[in-house]
Write a protein that binds this ligand. Sequence first.
Ligand SMILES: C[S@@+](CC[C@H](N)C(=O)[O-])C[C@H]1O[C@@H](n2cnc3c(N)ncnc32)[C@H](O)[C@@H]1O
Length: 313
Amino acid sequence: MTSIVHEPVLLIETIKLLNLKPSDVVVDATVGEGGHALAIAETIGSTGHLLLMDRDEEALAIATARVKSLASQPRVSSVHSSFGFLRERLRELYIPHVNAILADLGLSSRQLSDPARGFSFLTDGPLDMRFDSKEEIPTAGEIVNTARKEELAKLFTEFGEEEEAEKIAAAIITQRKATPLTRTRELADLVARVKSKQTAKIHPATKVFQALRIAVNHEFAAIETFLPQAFSALSQGGRLAVITFHSLEDRIVKHFFLIESRGYEDIGQLIRHEARGTPRGTLITPHPIRPSFSEVTRNPRARSAKLRVIEKR
Ligand SMILES: C[S@@+](CC[C@H](N)C(=O)[O-])C[C@H]1O[C@@H](n2cnc3c(N)ncnc32)[C@H](O)[C@@H]1O
């Protein structure tokens, strides 16, 4: 385990917009190392109840210990689970409604900096990328070594917005016929060799690694499953805050919040600009909140963050 500390993104803005009160019941659906959870716990105090969730068991253990070390800790429930199962988890805990829910998506600095997890193109490790290392799902290595060329190209285009997706997919197919790709360094070097358009600002393999991580963990499907469950779990006046780091991820959240705040039944009605129904929510952030220049300077990981908040009516 590494000792990298993850700096919570948009911390002050998130806590303010969650509108927390002492005694609130709150879910941190992606607790990570507990940066946001600590501030939530301090705000709701010893009469509050905080449910901590993460797909990463190690992160959950770190966060739970940190929150439980507070002098006036709230009641804490820790659940190792994907937020895609929020409804079941709340039912198991006999929690009918909650006052606030936070999902801070993506991966943490600790996960990124641990070579054994296989998330980073900067350090050498196995091509894994599962948030839950025990989950029996195909790893990044299995995808890279078994998917068809067209599937790889589609994945790099759709999840990574990678412009040279086809070229990279073709190079992977050629390479794996000789020897399978098993290490992050091998894949990062291959992408760097193949790409013609490179900038000094980001590593050439950034988008390919992001796309694989999203695919391995079915991240977009998990968010789509989570949002309606989270909104329906809120009590009247309760708030749901989501921090995204990817434009497609942000679009999923933006559309869901618009559907609820305009009283539509589905995305089709939103796209066709049909007459609005009865709103079920109020947009607290009509435009997403972005980190300040000083936050991005201090913590470059925050640069693509967008915070959106909705309140249940
Ligand atoms: C950006 S980090 C959260 C950092 C945290 N807010 C903090 O301040 O320390 C995102 C976390 O979400 C977790 N995660 C990703 N997908 C998840 C899912 N579907 N369900 C639960 N946790 C998930 C990751 O394991 C990671 O720990």
